[in-house]
Design a binder for this molecule. Structure first.
Ligand code: FO1
Length: 316
């Protein structure tokens, strides 16, 4: 079984490649839940839903989030009431949020909700939240601290980032299903998601870094930074704002105590030697995923690289 750690759209794409390359029942994905928030009384879990819809083959191909072919009549009606509908929730997408909210109110955990949703949509990968307790990413900017979706969607991630914190993280616990998945994993893949606000919260759950270090399974990251730029979203400017380089080397530095290997793009091949000095093995390949074939090819190469690293550790 392969375990992937994923955030938003980039993470979902690689998770999808792994799902299709490895076959059903061999993949577990731990998703960031610190982007989750409440809107119109509903609990929204953007990263979990992005992975869910992508693996189910029903994600909107244009945005990567939301549902293919969705309509927006509910938002249109909300606008007639004078609401500022800055967050685009589609009519079908609303059903997911309604049911999740209902289930959580009935006392279900997020772990149970996601298991039910994957089962209902025919997804034969395990989709696990990083924690069942609510955690909220807060972004410090020159205009004050912003809730994550305010920063990301409402203000189009245009603010300078002075700091990031994960409210509620001290009370978050690693779900038993995540502990089991880490124990069962023959490799752990850090998807090409934002290292600060997508993978960062997962690693910030108390005990998570120790748990990941406790397994001898190889841990391989795929860099979300290619040629100094984020493939999607603000990871590059966020890294620079927080005093890092926007480079695969910086990604390795952030995961320094965890990684066995990193997959970087040909555009960054010159960083190979510098990364190798940190004791991390490097695979250079094409990492930009524009088609389904790209996802499957990259996922196969990543899985093969991890298998080689397992061999290196004499632990096949
Ligand atoms: N991202 C946007 O940039 N604009 C939106 O209006 C938006 C709506 C949305 C609705 C449901 C959902 O599951 C995700 C949605 N996202 C939207 C994506 C999401 O908020 C971000 O990509 C993630 O939080 C960052 O990983």
């Amino acid at each position: 079984m392969i375990l992937a750690l994923a955030g938003g759209v980039g993470g979902a794409k690689l998770a999808d490649g792994l799902y299709r390359a490895l076959g059903p029942d061999t993949l577990a994905v731990v998703v960031n839940t610190a982007d989750d928030f409440d809107l119109y009384g509903l609990r929204i879990s953007p990263d979990a839903d992005t992975v869910l819809y992508t693996l189910a083959g029903i994600a909107n191909p244009a945005t990567g989030w939301g549902l293919a072919g969705d309509t927006f009549e509910t938002l249109a009606m909300l606008r007639r009431y004078g609401e500022d509908t800055w967050f685009q929730v589609g009519d079908h997408d609303f059903a997911t949020h309604l049911l999740r909210t209902q289930r959580l109110r009935e006392g279900w955990s997020m772990t149970r909700v996601l298991a039910a949703f994957t089962g209902a949509l025919g997804v034969r990968a395990r989709l696990l939240p990083m924690a069942d307790e609510p955690v909220a990413t807060m972004v410090a900017t020159p205009d004050g601290e912003l809730a994550f979706q305010d920063y990301f969607v409402r203000r189009r991630h245009s603010d300078t980032v002075r700091g990031v914190r994960f409210a509620g993280i001290e009370a978050a616990r690693i779900p038993d299903a995540v502990r089991q998945a880490v124990r069962d994993a023959s490799a752990i893949i850090f998807c090409p998601s934002n290292p600060i606000v997508s993978i960062g919260p997962i690693l910030a759950v108390p005990g998570m870094r120790d748990l990941l270090r406790s397994t001898s399974a190889p841990k391989v990251a795929v860099s979300p930074i290619v040629g100094g730029r984020a493939l999607k979203g603000p990871a590059d400017t966020m890294l620079r704002d927080l005093g890092h380089e926007a480079s695969p080397f910086a990604v390795v530095s952030l995961y320094h105590d965890l990684l066995t290997g990193i997959v970087i793009d040909h555009a960054d091949a010159e960083q190979q030697a510098r990364i190798a000095l940190l004791g991390v093995r490097v695979l250079v390949t094409d990492t930009v995923m524009t088609s389904l074939a790209d996802r499957i090819r990259l996922a196969s190469e990543v899985a093969q690289f991890a298998a080689e690293l397992r061999g290196d550790e004499g632990n096949v």
